[in-house]
Design a protein around this ligand. Structure first.
Ligand code: 3MF
Ligand code: MG
Length: 342
């Protein structure tokens, strides 16, 4: 049994389409995903605004709230909570040039409208967090935007969300690139700076995704540690990534067991989860997987977390202390290798 409570989003069970080929599995209805999430031991669901309320742009604020209420009832049916709502500011034609940092005032207003509606949805779902994955907040052509002014716009957008609801928390999910070439907020350090500059730093934090840290050339466990040292690790998106390429969202731990161990170790050692934080799994099913077998990557990721927790529990702190005292880190390294391979 894991000490953590797990979350996933509806997008983590998909039809298998990629940039080079169409869907290969049938679409699964939201309710069936909830049923299966609950069955495999997921505690809460993560939402994009339009996962909860499809066609959100065509509805009034009241209609959106009404639709969100129905989703809450559906969650109740399967004993699930909602962890966060994230405005999907990367699909709509209005956000081709970004949302909060688009060069068009009309588009920036649209992005704020979606962010406020996301808060409305979060209230109905009883989700405490708004997540901002700043997918297109950056540049494809570096000279096309003012980089100083746009960081200020990001802070203003966060402040407006904090103003809109006195209880909501804003968690920024940094990613250095893809779909944008250069992000205005590429790492956890950038998120900490934006949080500190916001009007209520206690309500702003980070969602740290393993693959995004790797794409930035950084160590996911150290990025988590950095947020933890400020009390600002609001959530994690555990997954894995084979080097520097497109964002793969592989099952947790399948590429680097040592990195997986260190991520779970830093979470366990610092009491992550004790304040209600969830362990999110932002993992993608392989395109080769057959219909009906498309939850296996989630099951595998949960199992990898559990295996790493067992390793953390077995970790001999006293032996580690002695190696450190002797400054014999080679000896400590062999110990870690034996722990991870036995
Ligand atoms: C992109 C991501 C996204 C975000 C999600 C919630 C597919 O690289 O990781 O997941 O996590 O949109 O913010
Ligand atoms: Mg993610």
């Amino acid at each position: 049994m894991s000490r953590f409570r797990f979350t996933v989003g509806p997008w983590n069970v998909n039809e298998g389409l990629d940039a080079f080929g169409p869907a290969v599995r049938p679409t699964i209805a939201l309710e069936e995903k909830f049923r299966k999430f609950s069955e495999i031991g997921i505690s809460a669901v993560q939402f994009h605004d339009d996962d909860a309320v499809p066609n959100i742009n065509d509805l009034s604020s009241d209609e959106i709230i009404e639709e969100a209420r129905k989703v809450r009832l559906l969650l109740d049916r399967y004993g699930l909570e909602a962890e966060f709502v994230a405005p999907r500011l990367w699909m709509d034609p209005h956000t081709a040039d970004g949302g909060f940092t688009s060069n068009s005032k009309e588009d920036r207003d649209f992005a704020m409208w979606r962010a406020f509606r996301s808060v409305d949805i979060a209230r109905q779902l009883r989700a405490k967090n708004i997540v901002l994955w700043l997918a297109r907040e950056g540049t494809l052509c570096a000279e096309s935007k003012n980089p100083v002014e746009n960081v200020k716009r990001l802070i203003e957008a966060v402040n407006s969300i904090l103003d809109y609801d006195p209880d909501i928390r804003v968690l920024i999910e940094p990613k250095p690139n893809e779909p944008i070439d250069r992000s205005f907020c590429p790492t956890a350090g950038h998120v900490m700076a934006i949080a500190a500059a916001s009007k209520d730093p206690d309500r702003v934090g980070c969602v740290l995704e393993s693959a995004h840290a790797i794409l930035a050339g950084l160590d996911p466990a150290d990025e988590m540690a950095f947020c933890l040292s400020f009390g600002k690790l609001g959530s994690v998106h555990l997954n894995d990534q084979n080097g520097l390429r497109y964002d793969q969202d592989k099952a947790f731990g399948v590429e680097s067991i040592r990195s997986a161990f260190n991520q779970i170790k830093v979470l366990c050692d610092n009491g992550y989860g004790k304040n209600g934080e969830y362990v999110g799994l932002d993992v993608k099913c392989m395109r080769t997987q057959k219909p009906g077998e498309d939850y296996q990557h989630i099951i595998n990721s949960m199992r990898m977390v559990e295996i790493m927790e067992e390793k953390v529990d077995r970790f001999d702190n006293e032996y580690c202390r002695k190696c450190v005292e002797e400054r014999n880190y080679e000896k400590l390294e062999l110990y870690i290798m034996e722990l991870l391979t036995h």
